[in-house]
Design a protein around this ligand. Sequence first.
Ligand SMILES: CC(C)(COP(=O)(O)OP(=O)(O)OC[C@H]1O[C@@H](n2cnc3c(N)ncnc32)[C@H](O)[C@@H]1OP(=O)(O)O)[C@@H](O)C(=O)NCCC(=O)NCCS
Length: 170
Amino acid sequence: MKETPFIRTERLLLRPFEDADARAINEWCGSLSCTRYVFWRPHRDLAATERILAGWIRKRRNLSWALTLDGEPIGEVEIVKDLPEGGFEIGCILREKSWGRGFMKEALSSVLAYMKGIGKLFCYAETDERNVSSRRLLERLGFSLTGEEKGRYIAKKDETINVIIYRKTL
Ligand SMILES: CC(C)(COP(=O)(O)OP(=O)(O)OC[C@H]1O[C@@H](n2cnc3c(N)ncnc32)[C@H](O)[C@@H]1OP(=O)(O)O)[C@@H](O)C(=O)NCCC(=O)NCCS
């Protein structure tokens, strides 16, 4: 079991998820535009988000942060999985009305600094080739494009896409 630490950034407080966050999470996990290029389907309704959130909190399988602005959750950052040789994969999503204001860049910079501080050596990220926002975000954070996987089948979406692979040494 992993304990997600509190991280304060210039404008945000990153904290562990709580049961009361379901409605806020549903704003991005249930949104077609927010989930357009992620590798899973949008949550069907609030009950689905509540069920999924309860699982996250119970299992505490990975580190995952709620990004809060003035106490309100606006998005999330997750360590998707640990990788061999000091690596980890990262994922993130933000509610649409907060896009384009530098929030995710700010949150990810702090999470990467935290991960470096606990001894991690590199961060890995995958994104749909068409996901311009995600690609720009990673490039601005100093990630390098290291590969491309053409025609990956995404079972949860029943869709075949081209995946771009990024990596950053910490
Ligand atoms: C990807 C996402 C998290 C970006 O969050 P954000 O807070 O809007 O990004 P930021 O404002 O921190 O932008 C970071 C950089 O990327 C650039 N950028 C972000 N979106 C962009 C877009 N649509 N087009 C061009 N550049 C963009 C910004 O200009 C900024 O660069 P700068 O510092 O040089 O100005 C957000 O768009 C999102 O939640 N998308 C849906 C979920 C998703 O696709 N997640 C990624 C899955 S891999």
